[in-house]
Ligand binder design. Structure first.
Ligand SMILES: [Zn+2]
Length: 279
């Protein structure tokens, strides 16, 4: 009997532990959420970005972090005072666990629709099978299969999706407008910004996708907001500091940041390809 009680306690404690969000500290990569635009919030961590977009019909979450750190997203939304807004959609730019790991959790938490490409979903299923320990996660159900040039209108927002393979086979990028003090600015999320140089098909596709993204983003009004899916790629924390110091000028708006980022990623990709060819 005593053994049974101990077993019961252990199982109960364990289930409490697995329900709880990881400790929110710097070592774990926790970052306090913040507002970037009238309708855009950063809810990601130190290494991987996650954005919440207010559409007028609720919230869209772009990318979902590695599980269980994804559990910080609902906490972050509450900290921002957005707990009463309905999360209607979850955009998962590609199938790697740091972007897709929390999609199933958030999907069941909010009853939200998940948007992925078919091959992005195939990859997240594979990644979920490999996941283990505290990081083990389930793949989401895909409610909307993303295809090239797909347009989705949600409230006041219009999102255009482009399939941009090269990091993985199932990457997609997102084109939409954000608002700063009521003024619209064109934003872009590149779904996978580093090359998979070991796979020659993906490597070729990477450069084609980057060329295509540059051409699309250059069309007027050109993109001025780089919503990269890793914070070090758009100087996110530095810009947040600048924004806090001078709220009158939004440092996330820049004529060059997005295009410099594309060139930098291409340069890094060429270096990787060269390195491999010398091996
Ligand atoms: Zn990735």
């Amino acid at each position: 009997m005593k053994k049974l009680i101990i077993l019961f306690l252990l199982v109960t404690l364990n289930s409490y532990a697995s329900d709880a969000a990881p400790e929110m500290n710097d070592k774990n990569g926790y970052v306090a959420p913040f507002k970037m635009f009238d309708n855009v919030y950063y809810v990601g961590d130190k290494w991987v970005s996650s954005y919440a977009i207010e559409t007028g019909e609720g919230l869209v979450i772009i990318d979902t972090l590695d599980f269980p750190y994804s559990k910080w997203i609902p906490i972050n939304l509450s900290k921002l005072g957005l707990e009463d807004k309905k999360v209607t959609h979850i955009f998962v730019t590609h199938g790697h666990s740091d972007h897709a790991g929390g999609a199933q959790y958030l999907q069941s938490h909010y009853g939200a629709k998940v948007l992925m490409t078919k091959s992005g979903h195939d990859l997240v299923i594979e990644q979920s099978r490999k996941s283990h320990g505290i990081n083990s996660f389930l793949p989401p159900r895909v409610d909307v299969v993303v295809h090239d040039n797909m347009v989705l209108r949600l409230g006041e927002e219009t999102f255009t999706f482009y399939t941009t393979p090269g990091h993985t086979a199932g990457d997609y990028s997102i084109d939409f407008f954000v608002k700063d003090k009521g003024v619209a600015h064109r934003a872009f999320v590149v779904g996978g910004h580093s090359i998979n140089a070991k796979d020659s098909k993906l490597a070729k596709q990477f450069f084609e996708s980057m060329d295509r993204i540059r051409a699309i983003a250059s069309q007027p009004p050109a993109v001025t907001v780089n919503l990269a899916n890793h914070p070090h790629k758009n100087d996110l924390f530095l810009n947040h500091k600048k924004q806090s110091a001078n709220p009158a000028k939004n440092p996330f708006i820049s004529n060059s940041n997005f295009f410099d980022f594309l060139s930098k990623q291409e340069e890094l990709a060429r270096e990787k390809v060269n390195e491999l060819s010398f091996q």
